[in-house]
Ligand binder design. Structure first.
Ligand code: NAD
Ligand code: MG
Length: 402
């Protein structure tokens, strides 16, 4: 029996995780659920999976959780309610759980994901921003604590599945033997074919209507700018110890081939499946066993064709910015991610146009250049905070000149 904590339980990945867990009551029990908002939903989920613990951000949220819980009138006892960021990290390291799904969005999820790694848990990592901001520190923590790390991001999960059989959930410091290149597929997002001039006018709703995947709003916008794929190149670099030049992005609009591994003998192995996150989640939960995920079988005849093309860096400059950051070093990757989080939030509230996202990132990367490399979590959080300040300034200035 695995005892599971879900960080970010009310999100898109969190809900899919609960869906898979509930298909296997003989294998999994939920220890803790955490969320930042939507307390009535959290109460309903906690009741449904009989969570022992919930973690909420502050006392107001705690009160909302209590009110919602009472309204549900469950026959079961109230879960223990823990409050605040410190409690979030403590819960991720709690001895009562052995598996942690890291599904908080953004660098905000880093401290808790890192705490889970340091506590030697099986970490199911969806929160890619944690690796982008702290790749070296995070991987070192995983190795030192003997934690297991299973990538949940569909591309990285696909690559993990295509690596040699002796690839374990304990990450190595060197590329897997015989592996020459990783090929990350990208759907191209909702604006894959939109002309450059029209990108100025796209709305948050359009950006969040992904053609193949249903996801949270932040990652949906990242897919539309293609920064998501840039973050994933950085993620792949850390997860699989591959040099940046051995990681290539290829557009694949159908999102059926989730990624590929090229070997020195010319073999290319791919993992295929429906675009449904329950497949990688079930893989991580069950590893090394294969367990049912509730995902419909793939009908290749119905899909008919699989297309591939080269990404257009002129219309999607974010991809290039991420590669640049990876070459520049850890401080640049932190700035890239933080600037993007700020820019996307402004785009989503409607006070900045879509192309502004790439402009803000570019400008923050330039202004933050030459920073000394971070040595620990405090350094990382300080660089992150500084890049957010620069990004907010940049957004304000771009509004004044607009
Ligand atoms: P989401 O916005 O749907 O959910 C985010 C969850 O995190 C919610 O439970 C929210 O309450 C919680 N949260 C948000 N900010 C928080 C904070 N500051 N502190 C604590 N909790 C906070 O996001 P999602 O789409 O589920 O994505 C989660 C992560 O998984 C992201 O890093 C994303 O890049 C990654 N991912 C998602 C998908 C997908 O299909 N949704 C696919 C691959 C990777
Ligand atoms: Mg992905």
């Amino acid at each position: 029996m695995r005892h599971i904590t879900i960080l970010g339980a009310t999100g898109s990945i969190g809900l899919s995780t609960i869906d898979v867990i509930q298909r296997h009551p003989d294998r999994f029990r939920v220890h803790a659920l955490t969320a930042r908002s939507r307390m009535s939903e959290l109460a309903e989920l906690a009741r449904r999976v009989q969570a022992a613990v919930v973690v909420v951000p502050d006392d107001a949220a705690r009160q909302r959780f209590l009110t919602s819980w009472e309204a549900l009138q469950p026959a079961m006892e109230l879960p223990e309610i823990r409050v605040g960021a410190e409690a979030l990290s403590q819960t991720a390291a709690d001895s009562a759980c052995d598996t942690v799904m890291a599904a908080i969005v953004g660098a905000a999820g880093l401290p808790a994901a890192l705490a889970a790694a340091r506590a030697g848990k099986r970490v199911l990592l969806a929160n890619k921003e944690a690796l982008v901001a702290a790749g070296s520190l995070f991987m070192q923590a995983v190795r030192e604590a003997g934690a297991e790390l299973l990538p949940i991001d569909s591309e990285h999960n696909a690559i993990f599945q295509c690596l040699p059989h002796h690839a374990t959930a304990r990450p190595q410091e060197h590329p897997a033997p015989g592996v020459q290149r990783l090929l990350l597929t990208a759907s191209g997002g909702p604006f894959r074919t939109l002309p450059l001039a029209q990108l100025r006018d796209v709305t948050p709703e359009q950006a969040c209507s992904h053609p193949n995947w249903s996801m949270g709003r932040k990652i949906s916008v990242d897919s539309a700018t293609m920064l998501n794929k840039g973050l994933e190149v950085i993620e792949a670099h850390w997860l699989f110890a591959m040099p940046p030049e051995a990681i290539e992005v290829v557009i694949h609009p159908q999102s059926v081939v989730h990624s590929l591994v090229e070997y020195t003998d010319g073999s290319v192995l791919a993992q295929l499946g429906q675009p449904d996150m329950r497949t990688p989640i079930a893989y991580g939960l069950g590893f090394p066993d294969r367990i049912a995920a509730g995902v419909a079988p793939l009908s290749l005849a119905q899909i008919g064709r699989l297309d591939f093309e080269t990404p257009d860096l002129q219309r999607f400059p974010c991809l290039q910015l991420a590669t640049q950051a990876l070459h520049s070093g850890a401080a640049a990757c932190i700035a890239l991610n933080a600037a993007n989080e700020v820019a996307v939030a402004h785009f989503l509230t409607g006070d900045m146009a879509f192309p502004g996202i790439a402009r803000v990132i570019d400008s923050v990367l330039q202004r933050a250049a030459g920073q000394s490399e971070p040595r620990n979590l405090d350094d990382i959080l300080a660089l992150d905070a500084q890049a957010r300040r620069l990004a907010r300034l940049e957004v304000m200035q771009s509004r004044q000149t607009a």
